[in-house]
Design a protein around this ligand. Structure first.
Ligand SMILES: NC(=O)C1=CN([C@@H]2O[C@H](COP(=O)(O)OP(=O)(O)OC[C@H]3O[C@@H](n4cnc5c(N)ncnc54)[C@H](O)[C@@H]3O)[C@@H](O)[C@H]2O)C=CC1
Ligand SMILES: O=C(CO)COP(=O)(O)O
Length: 333
């Protein structure tokens, strides 16, 4: 064992459960906080999270609990709550965080009310914590089943970041160290918005060429915002940016893409969201991305269209028409 012997995971949705499983596979003790006591109960007794990650048998080293106080002994906390709820959960977690224990933010979204990244929320709520970000192309069920996956693990403190990489990594779950937290966060947040657009392309039957164009032009938007906010281009072109964009824009298994597919087929957003118990991060993050783009003076027409559609300000067809009517321009402007 090379440190971080006891791993805390905050949030037992699909991703928190999968990360708990990946950590348990390294031989570490894992405490997993579930907001719902019945989820904790099911994990501890049936060894399955039937509510959020059915079909994955969970390691006996994972102890689930509905009480955050039980994370007090953990050497590190992985925070895996939906972005819009992360501030509240961090507030409840703060008194139980062990002095010096890093917090690894694993959610992919921007706080809509404040336009803050998760690292900024953490800095406000738990000011003396070392932050890390884990983000990349990784469906929860793939990780839980031990299929090969690679993610970015960003931490400004290089020693802590590399130690976390070794603690969480295994042959099948492969974190790559980076020092660029902003890049890791922007990649994960913006790709969800673009995946909704990719779903619309699919659901409206606009063809594979439009799909490829959407990914390439979407990546240009993601890069523009990231660079304006201080991210490194190579981070955005890596696992947590381009890698996750390609995965999420190409897999109907993605909640964001499947939401877009349903929108493209003419379903109403409220009905789509009401039919699922899982989070579709791009819906709340889309208006935040547009507001950040305005603040930083960058153009993000695809994200703007998604924002207008999910906010009910534009019909899907009108949004597509507007995008196609944009003036011709230099590709790399
Ligand atoms: N599922 C996946 O494959 C991946 C998800 N993520 C990210 O992980 C984060 C969590 O997503 P999932 O684990 O998929 O969630 P999920 O969609 O499986 O489950 C919803 C989660 O939200 C929690 N929740 C609902 N209301 C809440 C509230 N008021 N306060 C706190 N928590 C509340 C539920 O307890 C549950 O844990 C998201 O930011 C997502 O983008 C990142 C990588 C992969
Ligand atoms: O982030 C993910 C894969 O990397 C999961 O995407 P969805 O939230 O769209 O399902």
């Amino acid at each position: 064992m090379n440190g971080f012997d006891h791993i805390g995971v905050v949030g037992a949705g699909a991703w928190g459960t999968a990360l708990a499983q990946a950590a348990a596979k390294t031989g570490r003790r894992v405490t997993l906080w579930a907001r719902e006591s019945e989820v904790a109960e099911a994990i501890n007794t049936a060894r399955e999270n039937t509510a959020f990650l059915p079909g994955a048998r969970l390691d006996a080293a994972i102890q689930a609990t509905p009480h955050l106080v039980e994370l007090a002994e953990c050497d590190v906390a992985l925070v895996v709550t939906p972005a819009q709820h992360t501030r509240a959960v961090l507030g409840d977690l703060a008194p139980h965080l062990r002095e010096g224990a890093p917090v690894v933010l694993c959610s992919k979204g921007i706080e809509q009310a404040t336009l803050k990244l998760m690292t900024e929320v953490l800095a406000e709520v738990c000011p003396r914590t070392r932050a890390a970000v884990l983000s990349g192309p990784s469906f929860a069920i793939d990780v839980a089943k031990g299929l090969p996956t690679a993610v970015t693990l960003a931490c400004a403190d290089e020693r802590a970041g590399r130690a976390l990489m070794h603690a969480l990594g295994s042959a099948s779950f492969r974190p790559y160290y980076a020092d660029d937290l902003i890049g890791a966060e922007i990649g994960g947040a913006v790709k969800n918005v673009l995946a909704i657009a990719a779903g619309v392309v699919e659901g409206r039957g606009l063809g594979r060429s439009a799909h490829a164009a959407l990914i390439a032009r979407g990546f240009a938007e993601l890069t523009r915002l990231g660079v304006a906010m201080g991210a490194k281009r190579e981070t955005l072109a890596g696992l947590c940016g381009l890698g996750d964009l390609v995965l999420t824009c190409s897999s109907p298994q993605s909640r964001n893409m499947s939401c877009g597919i349903a929108l493209g087929r003419g379903e109403a957003l409220a009905d789509i969201l009401a039919a699922r118990n899982s989070v579709t991060e791009g819906v709340a993050t889309a208006p935040a991305v547009v507001a950040l783009a305005e603040r930083h003076g960058v153009e993000m027409p695809i994200c703007e269209s998604v924002s207008r559609v999910v906010s009910g300000d534009a019909h899907v067809d009108a949004a597509i028409e507007e995008l196609l009517a944009r003036p011709f321009r230099d590709e790399h402007a």
